[in-house]
Design a protein around this ligand. Structure first.
Ligand code: PLP
Length: 229
C-alpha cells in the first residue's frame, strides 16, 4: 500500500471506531475516551493518526514505547503505559509516560513515585484489577483495592485516577457481570477520592459492552491499526 492508501485506511477504521463508541454511549453518560493502542505498530502510523486529530496513545512494551515517545516528541501526545511493569524498567516508565494503567503492587507504585522527575506533572495511575480472578495474571483482587488506593493517594508524584481491567476471554453474560462489578468498585472509589474519574475497560472486541457497563476509557488496537505483526 502507498502511504496515502494506508492513511485512508487508518482514517476509515478510526472513524468506524469513533462511531461505534458514540453509538454505545447513552445521553446521560460522559463522553467515553478512546485510547489508541499502538503496540507493534510503527511510529509513522501514530503520526498519521495524530494528523487525523487523535492524541491519546497506549503502549505495552517499555523499550518500544520509550523509543516512540522520543521519536515523536515534537507532537503533543498523551502517552499511556498499559503493559506489565518490571521493577528494573519502572524508571523509564516514570520518565516518559503521562499515565500508567497497570499498577498492581505497592512496590511498583512506590518506585514510580520515587522515580517521577520533579519537573513533570504527577503521573496519572490506574489500579489494575484481576476481575476474572485468573491465576498468575496481573492485577489485584477487589478486596485489595482499598488498601492500595489509600497508599497511592498519599504519594505526591502519583495521581490516582481510577481502575483498569483485562477480563478473561469468556461468554458475554459473565463478561457483563465482571464489567458491572468493576463499575461498582469504580463508583465506590470515586466517592472516596474526588480526582478519580477513569475506568479503563473494553478493547476492540468488547468495547460496546464495556461502555454499556460504564467504562470511561476504551483501549483499542486492532480495530484501528489492523492486525499486529
Ligand atoms: C493490546 C491491548 C489492547 C488492545 O487490544 P485490541 O484487541 O487490539 O483492541 C488493550 N489493552 C491492553 C492492555 C492490551 O495489551
Amino acid at each position: 500500500m502507498t502511504d496515502l492508501e494506508t492513511k485512508n485506511n487508518l482514517a476509515q477504521c478510526f472513524s468506524g471506531v469513533k462511531q461505534q463508541i458514540a453509538k454505545a454511549c447513552t445521553q446521560s453518560q460522559k463522553p467515553v475516551q478512546l485510547l489508541a493502542v499502538s503496540k507493534k505498530h510503527p511510529a509513522h502510523k501514530i503520526q498519521q493518526l495524530f494528523e487525523l486529530g487523535h492524541a491519546r496513545f497506549g503502549e505495552n512494551y517499555v523499550q518500544e514505547g520509550v523509543e516512540k515517545v522520543q521519536e515523536l516528541n515534537q507532537l503533543d501526545i498523551d502517552w499511556h503505559f498499559i503493559g506489565p511493569i518490571q521493577s528494573n524498567k519502572s524508571r523509564l516508565v516514570a520518565e516518559h509516560f503521562h499515565w500508567v494503567h497497570t499498577i498492581d503492587t505497592l512496590k511498583i507504585a512506590r518506585r514510580l513515585n520515587d522515580q517521577r522527575p520533579v519537573d513533570m506533572a504527577p503521573l496519572n495511575v490506574l489500579i489494575q484489577v484481576n476481575i476474572s480472578q485468573q491465576e498468575s495474571k496481573s492485577g489485584i483482587t477487589v478486596s485489595e483495592i482499598n488498601e492500595l488506593a489509600a497508599n497511592i493517594s498519599q504519594m505526591e508524584n502519583l495521581c490516582l485516577r481510577g481502575l483498569m481491567c483485562i477480563p478473561a476471554p469468556q461468554d458475554d453474560n459473565r463478561l457483563k457481570q465482571e464489567f458491572l462489578a468493576m463499575h461498582e468498585q469504580f463508583e465506590t472509589l470515586k466517592k472516596q477520592y474526588p480526582q478519580v474519574d477513569t475506568l479503563s475497560m473494553g478493547m476492540s472486541g468488547d468495547l460496546t459492552l464495556a461502555i454499556e457497563c460504564g467504562s470511561t476509557m476504551v483501549r483499542v488496537g486492532s480495530a484501528i491499526f489492523g492486525q499486529r505483526i
